[in-house]
Design a protein around this ligand. Structure first.
Ligand code: CP3
Length: 350
């Protein structure tokens, strides 16, 4: 029996993703480990660089556990980043204070040829070690989430050389030389599937695929560059790890969330903040366990608007399979006591 079968009854996140309606629903928050926590900033200061932080199991385990200790979330998410994949494929990746991630941009077929998955697992070995230690250290009721960026989102950083306003380089590459761009997406699809399988072997019990930039494409391109790779990764994991549920987070997909729910094959679907809840309840919730979608800035605001928005989401989605989360990651300005108030409200008897 796979380890996740044995643990299924104890872990609320696994039960919700298996289709159970739980009251209160499980809660975890994207970017629950991060700069809004003073203890995170202290741990972060011990690493020479952000990638060193991700690749030092002592520090990554500590950062993962900090929000669990403080708030008792129902799940811990591996402390790492989606950009460890370009690094493992041989691209130069670094993080600059204030300006976010930077990469030596790939622009041509010749640049593509410099990338290789040959050393993938050896370059990511520290991540697997972090997962093994977390699985041993986490409380019995806390599920361990592994994750990766979806191929298009990761490709966008690789081609733009960092964050981007309009994704012009990456989109023009896809429109003008689609066969070449497909090779990049295929490389990422295969590497991401291999990486996620290895995360499961190291102890991850749930996997989330972050498609943070799903919302920039017309439908045909969304299907080719976002939905097809996600389906392929889902299928590869189903073969290698049939008991492990997966959450798709196609942020900004709009009406195409319906295509994700119908065709993606994911047990969980992460809603961004803009998805209307009535629509989500009617169109999506019969097909997947929904997760989301509190506005991270409502969590910064706190007080009455936080109580009202939390109640609105619970009221709309909480009577069917649901996982409470934000619609995107926690921002550094978030007061830690607002997170405590949110968890308290979710868990208050209703
Ligand atoms: O959720 C967690 O607590 C787990 C850790 C996690 C991080 N990044 C840590 C991190 C996860 C799941 C991610 C995913 C990630 N990384 C995404 C997808 C989700 C999303 O936010 O859309 C993306 C697009 C990235 C790429 C990335 N990494 C950016 C754009 C940045 C800079 C933005 C910022 O907040 O500085 C990062 C850096 C990063 N990744 C930080 C953390 C805690 C902050 C770096 C620091 O501490 O100095």
């Amino acid at each position: 029996m796979a380890p996740s079968d044995k643990n299924l009854p104890d872990k609320k996140l696994l039960r919700a993703l298996a289709g159970e309606t739980l009251s209160p629903p499980p809660i975890w928050l994207m970017r629950q480990a991060g700069r809004y926590l003073p203890e995170y900033r202290e741990t972060r200061a011990k690493a020479a660089s952000f990638l060193d932080f991700c690749f030092t199991p002592d520090l990554a385990v500590e950062a993962t556990l900090q929000p669990i200790r403080r708030y008792g979330f129902d799940a811990a998410i591996l402390f790492s980043d989606i950009l460890v994949i370009p690094h493992a494929l041989g691209q130069r990746v670094w993080f600059e204070e204030g300006s976010g991630p930077r990469l030596e941009a790939i622009e041509t077929a010749a640049d593509l040829a410099t990338l290789s998955a040959t050393h993938l697992h050896e370059r990511l070995a520290a991540v697997y070690e972090t997962l093994r230690r977390l699985r041993a250290e986490l409380p019995a009721e806390t599920a361990l989430i592994g994750f990766a960026g979806a191929p298009w989102t990761v490709a966008s950083y690789m081609v733009e050389g960092g964050s981007s306003r309009d994704f012009a380089h990456a989109k023009l590459w896809a429109y003008q030389r689609p066969d070449e761009f497909q090779r990049l997406i295929d490389l990422l699809t295969a590497a991401t599937a291999d990486y996620l399988v290895a995360q499961v072997e190291a102890g991850a019990e749930v996997l989330q695929l972050f498609e943070s930039w799903a919302g920039v494409w017309p439908e045909p391109a969304f299907r080719r560059w976002c939905l097809e790779p996600a389906k392929e990764i889902r299928q590869r994991l189903r073969l290698a790890a049939p008991a492990v549920p997966m959450i798709q987070f196609p942020r900004g997909a709009g009406a195409l969330y319906a295509a994700c729910a119908a065709e993606g094959g994911f047990e969980g679907l992460g809603l961004d903040t803009t998805v209307p809840l009535d629509w989500a309840g009617k169109v999506l919730q019969g097909q997947a366990t929904l997760q989301g979608n509190l506005d991270p800035l409502v969590l910064v605001a706190g007080g009455e608007i936080l109580r009202r928005e939390t109640a609105r989401i619970l009221g709309a989605l909480g009577n069917r399979p649901f996982v409470f989360n934000l619609g995107h990651g926690i921002v550094p300005e978030t007061p830690p006591e607002h997170v405590a108030a949110l968890v308290e409200q979710i868990r208050a008897p209703r």
